[in-house]
Ligand binder design. Structure first.
Ligand code: HEC
Ligand code: HEC
Ligand code: HEC
Length: 448
């Protein structure tokens, strides 16, 4: 008679990563103790030979799946087959995690390590990003559990080590003092070739930036498409914002898919020097937009237009600033810090030019031959969540769908250029430019 018992191990708070191994040893001992002393064994029939089969707890697999869809599927594919939409832009194929050969070759600990430290940390490709600065240890174990589940591998059950740390690494925003120090450095050193070259090397060869972001290299676009194209980063973002974002994206946008890249302040500096130099000729503002750029605006008037439900544009139907406004479009709470004036102008006059990450639209043809369109909020192997331009949520199961594809259109109306006077656009721009992060205010330096 065989007995099957699963052992979900309770989650506990722990601290440092360095004593992980000793914790795992402790865990194995704990298991022996638990097994040895468990009084409840469901032996039916009078047989006393009892075999306990430890299985990965389902809660861990489920948690791993959610994380995998958010952080991994764009490269590794929703089923771990290595065929995510971004895979074709990488020089190195993302591992086929569901493959039985991969599963057989790796221990749970090896899988944990590569997710924790990134490819570069274990002598694999730098295109596999580091996640140990973004996810907690418990979350990384959940990913290991899900990877085993995708491979239908029962021979390597995964458990949370006892005392495992379930806190995400601290996400403190960069301090005002650090930003001031950076500004000084940037003024003195930011345009030197040595800094720019050091940044370029980090971007392309050492860190995983290139795996998710496109750049123009010798007239051609190369690199991944998970994050925005950075070919015109110098024209679109200010240097202080780049510095703060690269050091700690989650402090500014907790739900971002960009992992914390474990970049030291000196590395962030040179990365900014490199990115700030990228400002290709077709970037910047088209000549016929120059009048908009040159007109001084009134932020108060811009604010009324922004929030006026009876007005021509009613931006707040879709956008919120702090806690006020709708959620169809991205929050604009501190775009005055994160975006340059010309980039904001472009977002208003030609929204489809750059689609904000997480707001791409999808066109779906159902089996009943009905077309649906909306912002793609979530996709996994069973279906898609979309939101239409009135803010209605819909879930469509994959088996109801005949075809679907993402499109380069924005849910934001494209006709504001015709609806608004030059002065009104300038007023709205002035209002958006006034929306700053507190630690940047007064430190904003040169305005673009
Ligand atoms: C930007 C693309 C990208 C993303 C996002 C990504 N990976 Fe990878 N991953 C790769 C590439 C490329 C490799 C191949 C590295 C190599 O073989 O040198 C890889 C390899 C791996 C491996 C196998 C390493 C080995 O030992 O052979 C594991 C495990 C893995 N990734 C897990 C994950 C998990 C889990 C996530 C999400 C938390 C993730 N990856 C997100 C690109 C990515
Ligand atoms: C796994 C993919 C991934 C990797 C690796 C990655 N990024 Fe990103 N990045 C993103 C995504 C996604 C966004 C969009 C952020 C959002 O709005 O959620 C982003 C946004 C950005 C932005 C624009 C910020 C803004 O204000 O919108 C910059 C600049 C940037 N990344 C730089 C970098 C640099 C430098 C590196 C390497 C050190 C890097 N990224 C690595 C995915 C990635
Ligand atoms: C019907 C909804 C809707 C209305 C109305 C609307 N927007 Fe948008 N907006 C969006 C969506 C969706 C996006 C994200 C897709 C994109 O980038 O085009 C967006 C993007 C933006 C961005 C870029 C944000 C970023 O992170 O880069 C700015 C700036 C912006 N809108 C400003 C405005 C202003 C100003 C108005 C009013 C004049 C306005 N929007 C009206 C839906 C709307």
């Amino acid at each position: 008679m065989k007995t099957f018992v699963g052992y979900p191990v309770l989650l506990r708070q722990g601290r440092s990563l360095s004593n992980m191994i000793s914790r795992i040893l402790a865990l194995s001992t704990a298991f022996l103790l638990i097994i040895g002393s468990t009084p409840v064994i469901w032996a039916g029939g009078g047989d006393d030979s009892v075999e306990v089969v430890r299985k990965t707890p389902r809660f861990l697999v489920k948690k791993g799946k959610t994380l995998f869809v958010h952080y991994c599927a764009h490269c590794h594919g929703l089923s771990g087959d290595g065929d995510g939409f971004n895979a074709e832009f990488l020089d190195k194929e993302p591992a086929e995690l569901s493959d039985s050969k991969f599963q057989a070759k790796k221990t749970n600990h090896q899988i944990f390590r590569v997710i924790n430290m990134g490819g570069a940390g274990v002598r694999k490709s730098h295109l596999m990003p580091v996640f140990g600065k973004t996810l907690s240890e418990a979350e990384i174990w959940a990913l290991v559990a899900y990877i085993r589940d995708m491979g239908e591998d029962d021979s390597h059950p995964v458990f949370l080590p006892q005392g495992v740390n379930s806190d995400r690494p601290l996400d403190e925003p960069v301090s005002k003092g650090d930003i001031q120090r950076f500004k000084k450095w940037f003024k003195d050193e930011g345009e030197k070739d040595s800094a720019i070259q050091a940044g370029e090397k980090l971007f392309k060869k050492k860190k995983s930036c290139f795996a998710c972001h496109r750049l123009e290299v010798e007239g051609e676009k190369v690199g991944g498409k998970i994050g925005p194209d950075l070919s015109q980063a110098g024209a679109r973002y200010g240097p202080e914002w780049l510095y703060a974002w690269i050091l700690n994206p989650h402090a500014y946008k907790p739900e971002t898919k960009m992992p914390n890249m474990n970049v030291a302040p000196e590395e962030a500096q040179v990365l900014v020097a490199f990115l700030s130099g990228l400002d290709s000729e077709n970037g910047g503002t088209p000549p016929d937009w120059q009048t908009f750029m040159e007109t001084a605006g009134n932020p108060e008037k811009g604010k009324s237009l922004f929030f006026d439900p009876e007005g021509k544009v009613y931006c707040s139907k879709c956008h919120r600033v702090k806690d006020e406004g709708g959620t169809i479009g991205p929050s604009l709470s501190y775009v005055g810090t994160s975006r340059s004036r010309s980039f904001l102008l472009e977002s208003i006059l030609d929204p489809k030019a750059v689609i904000t990450a997480g707001y791409s639209t999808v066109l779906i043809l159902t089996n009943e031959r009905i077309f649906l369109t909306g912002i793609l909020k979530f996709e996994d192997d069973s279906g898609l969540d979309i939101v239409d331009k009135e803010g209605n949520d819909m879930y469509i199961r994959k088996e109801q769908i005949k075809k679907y594809k993402t499109q380069k259109i924005s849910m934001m109306p494209g006709n504001f250029k015709d609806l608004l006077e030059v002065q009104e656009v300038a007023d709205i721009l002035a209002y958006l430019k006034s929306l700053k992060l507190p630690e940047f205010s007064g430190a904003s330096g040169e305005e673009k």
